[in-house]
Design a protein around this ligand. Structure first.
Ligand code: HEM
Ligand SMILES: *[C@@H]1O[C@H](CO)[C@@H](O)[C@H](O)[C@H]1NC(C)=O
Ligand SMILES: *[C@@H]1O[C@H](CO)[C@@H](O)[C@H](O)[C@H]1NC(C)=O
Ligand SMILES: *[C@@H]1O[C@H](CO)[C@@H](O)[C@H](O)[C@H]1NC(C)=O
Ligand SMILES: *[C@@H]1O[C@H](CO)[C@@H](O)[C@H](O)[C@H]1NC(C)=O
Ligand SMILES: *[C@@H]1O[C@H](CO)[C@@H](O)[C@H](O)[C@H]1NC(C)=O
Ligand SMILES: *[C@@H]1O[C@H](CO)[C@@H](O)[C@H](O)[C@H]1NC(C)=O
Length: 320
């Protein structure tokens, strides 16, 4: 056991920081917690099939800024612009759903279940509705942070125009590998992207009115029918055309046909090693297995545990 911990510390420093999360942390303090989160999430998803994409992205944005501490859920205040109001927040959603699940939990077990755990569990449960079984394990025991600033979101959320070097660096700074990067990018099998985040690839890639040569020309022609100018900031397109609410491995065959929507997707093909990983993940069973493992690692990033942080009473405000 001791040797295991030491090896863990020595070999996987960043990844092991969440070592003190555990299975069913609320077993004694709030035995119904995970069931309440699951049933509430299922109800919200049945009313809104786009919700799984919203919640898993919210969890990603949470974990990449100050760790998975629900900092993304905090509202701005008179003297502080919070993460959720930063530029990369564009279209973040699902806040109201987390707030409503939190209220249900407060009614049963006041001041017990952290917003960070609710978000991690709800993201998993939302994606899992389609499968009727949990798609990855979520360890619990996270506590909530008290700081949220838009500048930190800007500095830590990878941008859609990042190249592979920048993406790797971003993930490495969170203790995640190139393999995690390729696997987690597969989350783009659900959800939508706004035109302005990729339309330079269609209309003005190098400033000469040109198209991104790494984008499939047939697909580019299709995207141009959706995004008709560089100034369109409101239209969205499905990232996995035709099955954007199905969590499946379609992202990878699309990517290999040069139909990744963002430059950051296309960038995964710019190195043999990552392109090979994408090739392996075409296999859905393989993708699901790997995705489960990478989500566990993402959910462990820099978590607050034990007496660190607080258990917020409301997810959008720090306890007074
Ligand atoms: C690798 C770096 C990543 C970049 C550069 C990136 C970038 C983006 C961008 C620009 C959007 C579109 C936002 C919009 O237009 O509204 C988006 C959407 C999305 N991202 Fe990522 N992302 C990355 C990784 C991830 C990861 C790790 C996950 C989850 C595990 C994720 C899940 C999603 C989902 C589900 C959506 C759709 C959201 C919706 O439908 O509202 N992304 N991402
Ligand atoms: C946080 O902001 C959201 C959106 O503006 C709002 O609906 C919510 O009531 C705010 N939360 C609190 C506790 O004021
Ligand atoms: C914002 O102002 C309030 C009082 O006006 C203060 O208690 C709080 O610490 C300030 N927060 C930040 C982030 O400066
Ligand atoms: C995102 O930030 C912008 C300001 O940059 C703000 O107007 C918008 O309401 C924010 N979106 C959400 C969902 O909080
Ligand atoms: C990636 O982008 C960075 C920052 O723009 C740049 O310095 C670097 O040369 C790029 N790397 C590659 C391989 O294109
Ligand atoms: C394309 O980019 C160039 C260089 O940034 C810029 O001068 C030009 O106005 C852009 N074209 C359009 C249609 O926006
Ligand atoms: C581009 O997409 C078409 C079908 O939409 C496909 O047949 C073709 O192979 C793709 N091109 C590349 C380079 O993968």
């Amino acid at each position: 056991m001791k040797i295991g911990i030491l090896l863990c510390v020595a070999l996987f420093l960043g990844v092991c920081q969440g070592g003190s999360l555990r299975k069913n942390f609320y077993r004694d303090s709030c035995p119904q917690a995970e069931d309440i989160i699951k049933s509430q999430t299922q109800q919200h998803v049945s009313a809104n099939p786009n919700l799984p994409a919203k919640l898993i992205r919210l969890h990603f944005h949470d974990c990449f800024v100050r760790g998975c501490d629900a900092s993304v859920l905090l509202n701005s205040t008179a003297n502080n612009t919070a993460e959720r109001d930063a530029i990369p927040n564009l279209s973040l959603a699902g806040f109201d759903v987390i707030d409503s699940i939190k209220s249900a939990l407060e009614a049963k077990c006041p001041k017990t279940v952290s917003c960070a755990d609710i978000l991690a569990l709800a993201a998993r449960d939302a994606v899992s509705v389609q499968f009727n079984k949990p798609m990855w394990e979520v360890l619990t025991g996270r506590r909530d942070g008290t700081v949220s600033t838009s500048n930190e979101a800007l500095a830590n959320i990878p941008a859609p125009f990042f190249n592979l070097t920048q993406l790797r660096q971003s993930f490495a700074s969170k203790g995640l590998t190139l393999h995690d990067l390729v696997v987690l990018s597969g989350a783009h099998t659900i959800g939508v992207g706004h035109c302005n985040l990729f339309s330079n690839r269609l209309y003005n890639f190098t400033g000469k009115g040109d198209q991104d040569p790494s984008l499939n020309a047939t697909y580019a022609a299709f995207l141009k029918t959706k995004c008709q100018s560089l100034s369109d900031r409101t239209t969205t397109v499905e990232m996995d055309p035709g099955s954007s609410t199905d969590f499946d491995s379609d992202y990878y065959p699309n990517l290999l046909q040069k139909k990744g929507l963002f430059q950051s997707d296309a960038a995964l093909l710019t190195l043999d090693q990552s392109a090979d990983i994408a090739g392996e993940l075409v296999n859905e069973a393989k993708f699901f297995t790997e995705f489960a493992q990478s989500m566990k690692r993402m959910g462990n990033i820099e978590v607050l545990t034990d007496s660190a942080g607080q258990i917020r009473n409301k997810c959008s405000v720090v306890n007074s």
